[in-house]
Design a protein around this ligand. Structure first.
Ligand code: TF8
Length: 335
């Protein structure tokens, strides 16, 4: 009897909730832009997001994905989201610093020692706080994806010591921390949007760039770059964002569809990215790149030089946020 009552109650609950939920989801078209190719970790995870939104909304919410910066650079898409001309995008947190200064926290050289630390901090209170800061600027951050640990490529020489960077024309993201970091290391740092990078390398307007292995592969930088130096100098996140103007029109059920699909895409993306990165060096070697590891003593010099940047990052993002991050990392490292 008890069991019967429970079943009945459950059935009633479903009956009363389900129709309301269905009504709460309207036909929606979401334009979702990203910068890399369809055949990249970014493209693959976008596909997971598209399919999941379709599934969770019973086919009512449609996400149309636009890769290869066909809707514009990260910065242009951010403006389109703020203005309400585009609904969603995924891109680098580094290109958001001009809008939300706290995002510069993630540009701190050598902030994370490994991906597990990155996940814990990005998905924990600090990452949530930084993400929430976007709302005052007209953006809603859903989840962080992994771009990954960045490594250096160039066409001039194998970088075996710090001085080898001297005078190398190095493309950096449009972001002051990256600009200052590489100037500090002696390179001739030149900010460029990602969408202009391949041709800048091809025409030798710049000698080098830095990105995770996955991107060096998917954007075919191996075709125009000879040397790869393993530096792991910073971990870059991507962030999935929604136009706040669009978000505010959505019902709670529609918001939940996007949020849940974003979490699913994140979990897929991080695993996919790590699997690909784990075998990328062999792939890149196979494509003809000459790969060297920065010797530990030189890596230490690099770390020390870049340490000077930390105090200015702390001042920019706020000393409290900086301290909270360090405390969280301290706890993680004690475990
Ligand atoms: C860069 C970033 C890019 C991302 C991507 C376009 O070097 O690492 O890969 O911003 O979303 O610009």
């Amino acid at each position: 009897m008890k069991l019967f009552r429970r079943t009945l109650l459950a059935a009633l609950a479903v009956a009363s909730v389900a129709p309301a939920f269905a009504q709460d989801i309207k036909p929606r078209l979401i334009r979702f832009g990203y910068g890399l190719n369809e055949q990249s970790n970014q493209g693959r995870a976008t596909k997971v997001f598209v399919d999941e939104v379709e599934k969770l909304s019973g086919g009512k919410m449609k996400v149309r994905a636009f890769g290869a910066a066909s809707l514009g650079t990260d910065v242009q898409m951010q403006q389109a989201l703020i203005g309400g001309a585009q609904e969603m995008m995924v891109g680098s947190t580094a290109t958001l610093v001009g809008i939300t200064k706290e995002m510069a926290l993630w540009d701190t050289p050598f902030l994370f020692n490994n991906a597990q630390e990155a996940d814990a901090v990005l998905d924990g209170p600090v990452g949530t706080k930084v993400k929430a800061k976007l709302e005052e600027k007209g953006l809603v951050g859903l989840v962080y994806w992994e771009n990954g640990f960045r490594n250096l490529t160039n066409n001039k020489r194998a970088v075996a010591k710090l001085e080898d960077l001297d005078g190398i024309k190095l493309r950096v993201m449009q972001n002051n921390v990256f600009l200052d970091s590489f100037k500090t290391l002696g390179a001739n740092a030149i900010p460029l949007p990602f969408s202009e990078l391949f041709s800048a390398l091809e025409t030798k307007a710049v000698d080098g760039q830095e990105n995770p292995y996955n991107t060096i592969l998917s954007s075919k930088f191996y075709e125009v770059q000879k040397y790869l130096t393993v530096t792991n100098h910073v971990y870059s996140p991507w962030i999935v964002t929604v136009s706040k103007k669009f978000w505010d029109q959505l019902s709670p059920a529609e918001k939940k569809v996007l949020q849940d699909a974003a979490v699913k895409s994140r979990d897929f993306e991080r695993k996919d990215t790590r699997d690909e990165a784990a075998k990328a060096l062999a792939d890149l070697k196979g494509k003809g790149m000459q790969i060297n590891e920065l010797p530990a003593s030189e890596a230490a010099r690099m770390r020390e030089k870049l340490g000077a940047i930390n105090s200015s990052i702390a001042a920019n993002v706020g000393q409290d946020l900086w301290n909270e991050t360090q405390a969280e990392l301290g706890k993680l490292r004690k475990k």
